[in-house]
Design a protein around this ligand. Structure first.
Ligand SMILES: C[S@@+](CC[C@H](N)C(=O)[O-])C[C@H]1O[C@@H](n2cnc3c(N)ncnc32)[C@H](O)[C@@H]1O
Length: 292
């Protein structure tokens, strides 16, 4: 089994893959719609001028915010050259002059001046963050956010996009992913046989420790059972995502090629049944930067 070291800083899927990029564009639409709005409904947007989205992927959220709020300056950051290049081109064709994109890693000091943003957003970083990286990242955000500014982290404890459902095969894939996350230092819960990685309950504590106040948590639920409006789109997304993640599962030694393919095919078959029931839960945690 190949050993992973925290400083290797790897996303579980090839971040330069164009298929992954297309998948993330689609996932952005599903996720943002499920969250109900681009920003938390209970913050004062008139105080938000400079916005940063870390691990922005192909820039779906950045572009939507830039379009809806032409008076705000929106910055996207990621380490994928392919995603950054697409994000810039996508913003360009829409004539969004208020966006910029930079190569920045969330697992290293963020090369932005102190007090330069009013809102820092990040969503679904669980696929590349080592557990030690979370508090450091949040402290970095505290440095670059102005007093009174907001940080929002939106994460899932189920790396596969399945939190609950009646497909044994899909549930098995989720468990293997959790095991692989445990083995590579990404999980806060050492239970290799568990179904979740325990990231979201840690976030309020990390926010408090970094000096954030008025911390709030908002759960989101995406039910993608057969017959729901999002069933086909979410399953297409999982069809791609769960295929692209297979090399990571094999590398961590949690399964074999034959085994993972068998469960993958079964999961896809299960998802076409009229009885298929599945849901994905994820959570936003946000807080306000106090005086420094
Ligand atoms: C699951 S996607 C999330 C995309 C976007 N935030 C969203 O919710 O639609 C994860 C993203 O993290 C990026 N990534 C991987 N490692 C990173 C790192 N160390 N720092 C910043 N971004 C990273 C990947 O390139 C990918 O775009």
């Amino acid at each position: 089994m190949e050993e992973f070291r925290p400083e290797e800083n790897r996303y579980v899927i090839d971040q330069e893959s164009s298929v992954e990029m297309a998948r993330l564009m689609e996932l952005d639409i599903l996720t943002t719609k499920c969250m109900g709005s681009l920003f938390p409904a209970d913050i004062d947007l008139s105080l938000v001028h400079d916005v940063l989205d870390v691990a922005c992927g192909p820039g779906g959220w950045v572009s939507e915010v830039a379009f809806a709020h032409p008076e705000k300056r929106i910055v996207g950051a990621d380490i994928s050259h392919a995603m950054l290049s697409y994000a810039r081109a996508y913003a360009d064709v829409q004539g969004l002059k208020n966006t910029t994109f930079y190569y920045r890693s969330a697992t290293e000091p963020l090369d932005f001046p102190a007090n330069s943003f009013d809102f820092v957003n990040s969503r679904l970083m669980v696929g590349f963050m080592w557990k030690e990286a979370w508090p450091k990242y949040i402290q970095e955000c505290a440095r670059i956010i102005r007093p009174g500014g907001t940080i929002r982290l939106t994460e899932s404890d189920c790396a596969s996009g399945l939190s609950a459902g009646n497909s044994v095969a899909l549930s098995w894939i989720n468990r293997m992913l959790v095991r692989a996350f445990c083995r590579t230092g990404r999980s806060f819960c050492a239970d290799e046989d568990g179904y979740q990685v325990g990231v979201t309950p840690m976030l309020p504590k990390f926010l408090r420790e970094a000096g954030f106040q008025d911390i709030r948590e908002r759960p989101h639920l995406l039910n993608f059972s057969a017959g729901t409006e999002v069933h086909q789109r979410m399953m297409k997304n999982l069809q791609v995502g769960l295929k692209l993640v297979q090399p990571f599962l094999l590398k961590t030694g949690v399964t074999t090629e034959e085994e993972v393919e068998k469960y993958y095919q079964q999961a896809m078959t299960d998802s076409m049944s009229e009885d298929f029931q599945a849901a994905w839960y994820f959570t936003s945690v946000y807080g306000v930067r106090g005086e420094k």
